[in-house]
Unconditional design. Structure first.
Length: 158
């Protein structure tokens, strides 16, 4: 795993700014795995990614549908694996096919199959207080490392 780098957001707007800024680096086939407790800001981060990719869609958590697709500069497939118990349950979701047509951003991303995690940027959100989140980034290889470098160069949210 390649190093971790922390960023801090002190509002929902700043969490969205982090996603919006990272969107410039996103390419089809990329995988971003999001971790963090309920209410940590994962969906807000995805809303910022979508805005940064020039999507007009409203971003909501796909908790019950599992996948929402947002048409944008890079098609964004937003997944929420909270209701799945293990990576084996992702078999019927067609993750590789989705990845071929856009980027995957996955809430509860630690439940992704190992081959996808090996190439992902992992972003973990930790709740500090009602408004503040600390974001840790890590990557193991492939495009995940490139996205980690992009994350490192992001300005601090204002």
């Amino acid at each position: 795993m390649t190093g971790s780098l922390d960023k801090r957001s002190t509002s929902a707007e700043q969490t969205e700014q982090l996603g919006e800024a990272l969107a410039a680096a996103l390419q089809p086939g990329d995988v971003i795995a999001l971790r963090g407790e309920l209410g940590a800001g994962k969906t807000r981060f995805v809303a910022g990614l979508a805005r940064g990719l020039a999507s007009d869609s409203r971003v909501r958590s796909p908790s019950f549908t599992l996948v929402h697709t947002h048409e944008a500069r890079v098609r964004l497939h937003h997944l929420d694996l909270y209701r799945l118990a293990s990576a084996q349950e992702t078999d019927g979701l067609g993750l590789e096919e989705l990845r071929e047509t856009g980027a995957l951003v996955v809430e509860w991303g630690e439940r992704l199959p190992a081959p996808l995690l090996a190439e992902a940027l992992m972003l973990a959100a930790r709740v500090i207080d009602a408004d503040t989140r600390e974001w840790s980034a890590s990557a193991w290889g492939g495009r995940g490392k490139s996205l980690l470098e992009a994350w490192r160069s992001l300005p601090e949210p204002q």
